[in-house]
Design a protein around this ligand. Sequence first.
Ligand code: PMP
Length: 417
Amino acid sequence: MRLSNRVLALKPSSTVAVMNKAKALKASGVDVLNFGAGEPDFNTPEPAKRAAIAAINANNTKYIDTPGDLASRELLAKLLTERSGVPGVTKDHIIITAGVKMALYLTFQALFDEPASEGERREMLLPVPSWVSFAPMARLAGAKIVELVTTPEADFKVTPAQLKAAINPRTRVILFNSPSNPCSTMYTESELRALAAVIADAGKTIAPDLCVVSDELYQNIVFGSVKHFSIGACPEIAERTITINGPGKSFAMTGWRLGWASGSGDFGKSIVGAMTKLQGQSITCVPGFSLAAVRAALTECSAELETMRAAFAKRADLIFTLLGALPGVKVARPIGAFYVFPDISAHLGKTSPAGKKLTGAAEFAAALLDEKLMAVVPGEDFSSEIGHKHIRMSFACDEAQIREGAKRLGEFIAALR
Ligand code: PMP
């Protein structure tokens, strides 16, 4: 049976594919080391679990308001105002969605159209390397992806000059993800203010409907050298910025499938209203009892959050040190999130012990899984230009696994011919 062109053109998620393969191998008894999954190895904090169980026992099991219940939206608006400094956010500027993925999906659906002709296709500027789902999701909504290639030398960050040169009348969205998956780099407040100035200027001149989508999912997983800053806090672009966040990574709540999007002022109400219409015609609302857990996480779990953050900070040091000592592996120090994105290109063109030719990261990762039972995500889907030189490893796992992984990777590399 024929399927839609939309689906036929869509690539499956490579991170989800690696995660599922590693989980299936593990379930069949194979001792696979999984560095693929971008999810904390911690449990959801007890106060969050208790709050959800109490909500179920109180029969909070019915449909709730489409954008999320009042108490949760009021709390999120307050936190965005007080902790992130984003102006003009009220309960009417928030929508709670089924994961950050859905918040992004609805955002792109609300901003892009399938154009009548190719020349009219609107663009999304995407600093790369970037997380694998941004581009496919935006393309599905009708966007043309324009990659802004960043380099390890520039800490994988775009500069104001690079952004200015890329913005044109067809630009609709510029996407930021700080801290970043897969680079674990972060923009400083002054860097974001300089980028905001370029965006504000372009918005007044060549690109009046330019929007910023800021994915801040790793906001709380930061290791101290750079303080997290929300670009939506810059007043001159607040009313063209959609800030996206969720509890999955910070509070070890990936499986709860919750996230949210917010905007400021009239713009914020209008975009959140559009997303609410889409949600009303798709999932209706998220489960109300799960929002009790989110409120507890955000207000009662600062000790658990700090314990997990500190553990990630230690692991960041460990993996950076161990991988950096391997021959032909170039790795940047992670300063937020829980990934490393080492450059393994010195080993491309070599052959693995089992006779596999390593032409790119995809072949490197496949051989590493087959021959060393170690799952990493090949870099190709993070950047069409430089991805093939990199692999992504999540360090949301314990220190023993990090040590064993570095050992296996070292042995693999040493045996290449
Ligand atoms: N954005 C980024 C940058 C991510 O790394 C991820 C998950 N890996 C997501 C969004 C998706 O988050 P969620 O699981 O809440 O849908």
